[in-house]
Design a protein around this ligand. Structure first.
Ligand SMILES: O=C(O)c1cc(=O)[nH]c(=O)n1[C@@H]1O[C@H](COP(=O)(O)O)[C@@H](O)[C@H]1O
Length: 233
């Protein structure tokens, strides 16, 4: 089914509790159809919202960035699959990818591998002891994710073109680190605007603070969707 600009924008519900998340989803109304529940909200009771928002017709991305021994990742993935979410993140490391793939089998849950966090640059990787730069590490992880047979990748807008060339249409490319022109970057280091992300081949973008902290979150979401529609026309 063709995706609309609304399906392509995933709003990160980075909020402290269930009440704040419900208020934000009510304020965004029919403007937003796809939400991400990440660690802040999940640890504040937010996993219960996966079923609630799914029943209300929203698509849900559970962003827990799993990484553990294979058995634990497999069983945790199977638990998330029961909630009815569309996406789940795990770190894009071979054992973790394979375990998450096993845990999602028989369900509609799609596993996304997180390549290199968008708050990291080459110097941050070097400080962690990596010998590869961001571009090469994303490429390695993209190949490993494709080989593991998972659904997609989380990467920054900066690696979209090279990654698409590498994996073609075999993986969904989902990118955070997206900022409307002039918006505060916060802790994001590898960034682009919504139009740039779609011009470079993103399937979905993830946006949090530029919508959540806007004086009118619904208008901010609508403006991003208008930019997406224009970039894709
Ligand atoms: O997996 C993610 O969603 C993620 C990966 C990544 O590399 N960078 C990243 O920012 N994210 C998430 O995307 C969202 C970005 O939020 P904003 O920076 O407020 O737009 C947050 O919920 C992050 O946890």
């Amino acid at each position: 089914m063709p995706k609309t600009a609304s399906d392509r924008l995933i709003v990160a519900l980075d909020l402290p509790d269930v009440a704040a998340a419900r208020d934000m989803v009510a304020a965004l109304g029919d403007a937003v159809s796809f939400y991400k529940i990440g660690m802040e909200l999940a640890y504040g009771g937010g996993l219960a919202l996966v079923e609630e928002f799914s029943r209300a017709g929203k698509q849900i991305f559970v962003d827990l960035k799993l990484h553990d021994i294979g058995n634990t990742v497999e069983k945790a993935t199977a638990q998330i699959a029961k909630l009815g979410a569309r996406f789940l993140t795990v770190h894009a490391l071979p054992q973790t990818l394979a375990a998450a793939k096993r845990g999602s089998e028989g369900s509609t849950l799609q596993v996304l591998g997180v390549t290199v966090m968008t708050s990291y640059d080459d110097a941050d990787l070097a400080a962690c002891g990596y010998r590869l730069n961001v571009c090469d590490l994303v490429a390695l992880r993209a190949r490993q994710a494709r080989d593991a047979g998972i659904a997609g990748l989380i990467l920054s807008p900066e690696e979209l073109v090279s990654t698409r060339a590498l994996v073609g249409q075999s993986l969904l490319l989902v990118t955070p680190g997206v900022r409307p022109a002039g918006a505060a970057l916060g802790d994001q280091k590898r960034v682009a605007t919504p139009s740039e992300a779609f011009a470079r081949g993103a399937d979905h973008i993830v946006v949090g603070r530029p919508i959540l902290a806007a004086p009118d979150p619904r208008a901010a979401a609508r403006a991003i969707q208008a930019e997406i529609a224009q970039a894709r026309s």
